[in-house]
Unconditional design. Structure first.
Length: 107
């Protein structure tokens, strides 16, 4: 099933694996970026506007991917610290339990 979308006043029938709303929202993003670029310079051809819009959207996507990578790395570092603390506390607990049970602590 296809979805009809409009970009710069032209209608396109788009087949997508995504739902209609997502496809329409995607087309609206492209349309708004293209209109924004046309507003900056009326001398751009439609092809140039399309390429520049694609570059802008791709740049946004890459920045999000990079930010997600940085966020994941920060989370990993925090989890590593938490794991170290938990391991240390578990060792302390085991040592205290062994002492309470009258056993010699393990090295």
């Amino acid at each position: 099933m296809g979805v009809e979308v409009k970009i710069l006043g032209k209608s396109f029938q788009v087949k997508s694996q995504y739902d209609e709303k997502f496809t329409a929202d995607t087309a609206e993003l492209v349309n708004s970026r293209m209109k924004e670029l046309i507003g900056k310079s009326k001398n751009f051809s439609t092809e140039t506007v399309a390429i520049l819009a694609a570059m802008n959207i791709a740049g946004d996507y890459l920045r999000l991917i990079q930010a997600e990578g940085i966020r994941k790395e920060k989370i990993k570092k925090r989890l590593d610290i938490i794991a170290e603390v938990v391991q240390e506390k578990a060792k302390q607990f085991d040592t205290q339990r062994e002492v309470l049970e009258g056993q010699a602590p393990k090295a």
